[in-house]
Design a binder for this molecule. Structure first.
Ligand code: ADP
Ligand code: MG
Length: 423
């Protein structure tokens, strides 16, 4: 394009070449002047939007407890701050793009004026003048677009930095040992105490229990007593402050965590489904699995019927976090992952929380099938699932301050039950 201008008219070409670099130079100058401010603004914006989301997501709970009114003031304050922060950010964005647009316009005007002069003096053909005039703004277009994209990029960088902060957060490093081979391995916690960083109290204190290979153990205890934390310890996500976790008789601190996690299927308290098809979501557990295996896993998890009833079956596309499915359906798809993964050790965190009776019965049956021949530790909230367990371990809430219990939790707190199929 510039070449065309050069061949048509070198004066205009010289003006364009002379003014083009001004745009990036000004962009950098503006960038430097506002960088710190922009960074702060984006941080503020993302913090506010996160806060806003928390408050809104928590509204149903607050409503139930009659506290929704009290949150109105908080929401008003957040939205007010959000608006002001957005306006400040937009002002900077508008000002900088205004400056760039102005620069480009003045440069084109400069070209236009010289062409006009030469046309008047008869030094230039009308055709040439028109061609240059039409082409000149095109020369600035890409750079102006860069200016417009710049703000989108700043936003992206801010988001990416947050993501990397999570990705780069140190994960407890594992050892290099291997978990003793064999089918179902036993797991145990031995005097485990966990205190999360920045917390004044222990999340769990001095808990001990052992799960034999092939045994199904239910963890029960009040909310906040550290049941999920204990599963996280067994997964190697959380390192005990004191005590140790044993897997297959080896200290989890000494074994390779990747190797260990290949032996474990885990269904967390709130399993996340990704935007994608049902099949893709189940296949997460074993990416190479054949279609038939995916269908089989769904069937085993008690999801076969409702998935088959969907117009597109396993190819049904789910929204973010399983939008379009009920809680029970999401839970069964998460269980299907555990079936497909087919690992010797299974950790389930409250698989029947928030389900109605009929759905719960389906999941209890699915868990009973899953438990056969596997070592299972499951956090249980409601009695229905207790029937699946061979043994119940009670986890008590840590009582503030006083070191009143270090005795751990021997098995059989609530009495042993005849196991449903597991050996
Ligand atoms: N990632 C975390 N950081 C700090 N504290 C946590 C974290 N996870 C859980 N806790 C705290 O540890 C305690 C036990 O939590 P949790 O293991 O989730 O209990 P449960 O699953 O029995 O309801 C709670 O007081 C909780 O607030
Ligand atoms: Mg929990």
């Amino acid at each position: 394009m510039l070449l065309r201008v050069v061949t048509e008219d070198w004066v205009s070409a010289a003006i364009i070449v002379g003014t083009l670099p001004l745009i990036p130079i000004f962009m950098m100058l503006i960038g430097w002047a506002t960088q710190a401010r922009m960074d702060r603004q984006w941080q503020l914006l993302s913090r506010l939007s996160g806060h806003f989301l928390d408050v809104v997501a928590g509204l149903p709970t607050l409503k139930v407890f009659g506290r929704a009114k009290a949150q109105a003031e908080s929401i008003r304050k957040i939205t007010g701050e959000y608006r002001r922060a957005t306006m400040r950010t937009l002002r900077i964005a508008f000002l900088s793009s205004f400056a760039l647009e102005l620069l480009a316009t003045i440069s084109v005007a400069l070209v236009a004026v010289t062409i006009g002069m030469r046309l008047v003096h008869g030094n230039m053909e009308l055709y040439d003048g028109l061609v240059i005039l039409i082409l000149a703004p095109e020369a600035y277009l890409p750079l102006r677009q860069v200016g417009a994209r710049y703000h989108a990029a700043v936003e992206g960088v801010a988001a990416a930095e947050e993501i990397f902060a999570v990705l780069e957060a140190p994960v407890p490093a594992g050892g290099t040992g291997v978990v003793p081979a064999g089918g179902a391995v036993g797991v145990a916690v031995d005097g485990v105490t966990v205190r999360y960083p920045g917390r004044a109290a222990d999340a769990v204190r001095g808990v001990s229990f052992a799960v034999e290979p092939g045994e199904t153990v239910a963890l029960v205890g009040p909310s906040g007593s550290g049941k999920s934390t204990l599963l996280n310890v067994l997964l190697g996500f959380v390192r005990p402050t004191a005590g140790r976790a044993l897997v297959g008789g080896a200290d989890l601190a000494d074994v390779s965590l990747d190797g260990w996690r290949e032996r474990v299927a885990w269904v967390p308290q709130r399993p996340h489904l990704f935007a994608g098809t049902i099949a893709e979501n189940v296949r997460l557990a074993r990416p190479g699995a054949a279609d038939a295996d995916v269908v089989e896993a769904l069937r085993a998890a008690g999801a076969g019927e409702f998935v088959a009833g969907l117009p597109r079956g396993v190819e049904t596309v789910l929204g973010e976090d399983g939008a379009g499915l009920s809680a029970g359906q999401r839970q069964r798809i998460a269980l299907a992952r555990a079936f497909l993964a087919d690992r010797p050790v299974v950790l389930l965190d409250e698989p029947t929380a928030a389900l109605d009776g009929e759905t719960e019965a389906g999941i209890v049956e699915a868990v009973r099938r899953l438990a056969v021949g596997r070592t299972v530790v499951m956090v249980v909230h409601r009695p229905a699932l207790l029937g699946v367990a061979d043994r119940v371990v009670r986890v008590d809430a840590v009582v503030g301050g006083a070191d009143d219990r270090g005795d751990g939790n021997g098995g059989g707190g609530l009495g042993s039950r005849a196991g449903g199929g597991s050996s």
